[in-house]
Design a protein around this ligand. Structure first.
Ligand code: ZN
Length: 315
């Protein structure tokens, strides 16, 4: 096995890259911009150039590199195929693994970005040492990565773990980004929390700190910490939806740990105190014994997980 591995996390505005040693220690990390023009045609060549440049800088030979793991913002099948492309960065359907291999001639592992983050958290983060784990990223959307017996649940075309699109509300009028109505992501994300807050504030004239300043997930949880009654109601509703969605996930994947990450998780332990009681209300009793923890790797979870997929690959 090589002495090094690279982990790459492709985001909408930047690509994060990390150089790891073969026991998974991060030696160096850096970022390059994600150029989405022309259907994102420059993204992979830019990544390849950046990796080859780093190898030159550190005097690393190709034979010393175990491979490159890459996480992308779209569904990625086991063989690297992205049947739906990656809309945010301009990609149409293609095989990510093959395309990056053609540029680098090194072993490649490709997966969805939320799956990479989940793998990172299992391997080096908030779920360290737990082979049955679900990582939930609460950001603009709700991302999920499901790990069963140490392996990512990828599914037929890479749609495994897309827990943000579990149907949790029959009466929703607005559409989710996926085209359906009533998805978990419409309530359980940072954006969803703001939607719940906006609707609650419009319902009557009760006083609240949230009536001043800009509404955000942070503003809601800050107001909860101040004891604001309306903010607490909003957080309860948010927790109800998220608890319900995760109870469904628990009946399918039966994890030992839920690791909560993404922007909303910056609220801290208070987030768990609003989600866990509803999870316990809805979950199958046999699947009840689940620990909730907060993600610890932050923005580095994706590069850790992508490199981990290479270093832990069964050959
Ligand atoms: Zn949806």
């Amino acid at each position: 096995m090589g002495k090094y591995a690279f982990g790459v996390d492709i985001g909408g505005t930047t690509v994060k890259l990390g150089l790891f040693d073969n026991i998974g220690q991060l030696l160096d990390k850096w970022e390059i911009p994600t150029v989405t023009d022309n259907g994102g045609a420059a993204i992979l060549p830019d990544i390849a150039k950046s990796i080859l440049g780093k190898m030159k800088e550190k005097d690393i030979e190709k034979a010393d590199v175990a491979g490159v793991g890459v996480g992308a913002p779209g569904a990625v099948a086991e063989d690297g195929m992205m049947v739906g492309g990656a809309v945010n960065i301009g990609w149409a359907a293609f095989n990510l693994k093959t395309a990056l291999f053609n540029l680098l001639q090194m072993p490649i592992m490709a997966t969805n970005d939320a799956n990479a983050a989940a793998y990172g958290e299992m391997w080096r983060g908030g779920g360290a040492g737990t082979p049955n784990l679900v990582a939930v990223t609460l950001g603009t959307g709700v991302g999920g990565g499901i790990i069963v017996n140490g392996d990512l649940l990828v599914g037929a075309v890479g749609g495994g773990g897309e827990i943000g699109h579990i149907h949790v509300e029959a009466c929703e009028e607005e559409s989710c980004n996926c085209g359906n109505k009533g998805c978990l992501e419409q309530y359980g994300s940072a954006t969803g929390l703001v939607r719940i807050a906006r609707r609650r504030l419009a319902a009557d004239n009760r006083p609240s700190i949230l009536r001043q300043g800009e509404l955000s997930a942070k503003a809601v949880f800050d107001a909860v910490k101040e004891g604001d009654a309306l903010a607490i109601e909003i957080a309860e509703k948010f927790g109800d939806y998220l608890g319900k969605g995760l109870a469904i996930v628990a009946c399918v994947a039966n994890p030992e740990v839920f690791v909560l990450g993404g922007g909303v998780s910056k609220a801290g332990e208070i987030l768990i105190s609003y989600v866990e009681p509803y999870f316990q209300k809805y979950v199958l009793p046999a699947c009840r014994n689940v620990k909730f923890s907060l993600a610890v790797l932050g923005n580095d979870a994706g590069i850790y997980g992508a490199a981990g997929l290479i270093l832990n690959a069964r050959r």
